[in-house]
Design a protein around this ligand. Structure first.
Ligand SMILES: O=C(O)CCC(=O)C(=O)O
Length: 334
C-alpha cells in the first residue's frame, strides 16, 4: 500500500505543468526521471544480483526474472558440460590449435568503445587458434590486446568443433523465452580486454566456462543518467611502425554509444551519472548470468577467461515502448 502511494505522489506532482516555463518543464521532467529510477529501486530492483544454487524451472525463471527484467546468477546449469572439465589450454591446443579463427586486436584493450571522440572498432585478424593461445600465454610477443569476441554465433560457426563440449541451446532458456537462441558466442581473451558500457536488445544467458567475468550493471530505468551520444564510426589498424591508427568508417557512419567509463566516471563531464546506481557482479566458472535486455553493462575478465553466451531476441512489448519513451524524454532534458 505504501509503495503504491509513491506512484500517486509522482502523478500529483506532475499535474501542474501547463503554466510552467520551458525551464520549469525541463526541471519537472528531470525530477520525474529521477523518481522513475528511485521508484524502480524501491519497488522491484534487487540491491545485489541474487545467486540461485539450483537451476530454476523455466516458468519460475520467467516469472521471477524475465518478466520483471531482473538479472540473476544461476549455479549448476553447466555442470553436465564436458567443457567445464576439458577446456584448458592443452586440450584446446590439441583440438583446435590448427584452426584459423577471427581475433580482434586493439592497442588499449577496448574494442567497440569511444576513443579520441570516435566509436572505434577493433582490427580483425585471422590467425591460428594456437598462435592466439601463444599470445595469451605470453609465449610469443605481440603488440596490442587480443580478444576472441566475434559474436555472430561464432561457437556454432568458427568454433563448431567445440560445440559437443557445450550445448547449442539451453533447453530451460528456450522454454522460458519461448524460442531458440538467436546466436551462441564463444569468448576468450586477455585480462586487458574490456568491453565498454553498452546495452543490447537481447536477453542474454552468459555462461563462464573458465576464470571469471565482472559485470557492472545499470538498470534501464537509469537510462536518464547514462550519456548516450553519437560518434563517428572508425576502426583500429596497426601501422608499420607498430602504432595503431584510427581509420574512419563512413559506411557505418554515426553510432550511438556511451563514453563514460564506470571504473572511473568523469563526473565533471557527466554529472547526471552520479545519480545512477551501478551494481557489480562477478560470474565465476560454472555460473550463468541472466543479463536482461536493455540493461547497461561493462565487462572485465580474468586472464584467459572463456565464456559462452546465448542471445535471444527480446520481446517488443509495452516494456520496450516505455523505455523508448524514457529515452526520448531524457534527450529533452539534456
Ligand atoms: O564478455 C564480454 O566481454 C562482453 C559480453 C557482452 O557485452 C554481451 O554478451 O552482450
Amino acid at each position: 500500500m505504501v509503495k503504491k502511494s509513491l506512484h500517486l505522489e509522482t502523478v500529483n506532482q506532475s499535474e501542474n505543468t501547463t503554466a510552467m516555463s520551458c525551464e520549469g518543464v525541463k526541471k519537472e521532467l528531470e525530477n520525474s526521471l529521477s523518481d522513475l529510477s528511485r521508484e524502480a529501486r524501491d519497488l522491484y530492483l534487487d540491491k545485489e544480483v541474487p545467486v540461485l544454487t539450483e537451476v530454476p524451472t523455466p516458468i519460475t525463471f520467467h516469472r521471477k526474472y524475465v518478466a520483471p527484467n531482473k538479472p540473476v546468477v544461476i549455479q549448476g546449469a553447466l555442470d553436465h558440460w564436458p567443457a567445464l572439465r576439458r577446456w584448458d589450454t592443452g586440450y584446446l591446443r590439441e583440438k583446435i590449435g590448427d584452426l584459423e579463427v577471427t581475433v580482434t586486436v586493439t592497442p588499449n584493450g577496448y574494442a567497440d568503445a569511444v576513443t579520441d571522440g570516435k566509436f572505434v572498432m577493433p582490427e580483425e585478424r585471422r590467425m591460428l587458434f594456437g598462435t592466439f593461445l601463444d599470445i595469451v600465454e605470453g609465449e610469443i610477443p605481440a603488440n596490442g590486446t587480443f580478444y576472441i569476441q566475434k559474436q555472430n554465433s561464432n561457437l556454432t560457426d568458427e568454433f563448431a568443433s567445440l560445440l559437443a563440449d557445450a550445448e547449442q541451446d539451453l533447453d530451460w532458456g528456450n522454454e522460458a523465452f519461448g524460442e531458440l537462441s538467436h546466436a551462441v558466442n564463444f569468448w576468450m581473451g586477455e585480462s586487458k580486454a574490456i568491453t565498454s558500457m553498452h546495452r543490447d536488445h537481447y536477453e542474454n544467458l552468459y555462461c563462464v566456462v573458465r576464470g571469471w567475468k565482472r559485470f557492472i550493471l545499470l538498470p534501464p530505468t537509469d537510462l536518464p543518467f547514462v550519456p548516450y551520444e553519437s560518434y563517428q564510426a572508425a576502426s583500429f589498424k596497426e601501422s608499420k611502425d607498430g602504432d595503431f591508427d584510427i581509420i574512419d568508417n563512413d559506411v557505418v557512419g554515426q553510432v550511438p554509444w556511451i563514453a563514460i567509463d564506470p571504473l572511473k566516471p568523469d563526473l565533471s563531464k557527466y554529472p547526471w551519472y552520479s545519480k545512477a546506481s551501478p551494481i557489480s557482479v562477478t560470474v565465476r566458472q560454472g555460473e550463468t548470468l541472466y543479463l536482461p535486455s536493455l540493461w547497461f553493462h561493462h565487462v572485465e575478465q580474468s586472464h584467459g577467461c572463456i565464456a559462452v553466451n546465448y542471445w535471444y531476441d527480446m520481446e517488443y512489448d509495452i516494456k520496450y515502448n516505455y523505455y523508448k519513451l524514457v529515452e526520448r524524454i531524457s534527450k529533452l532534458t539534456r
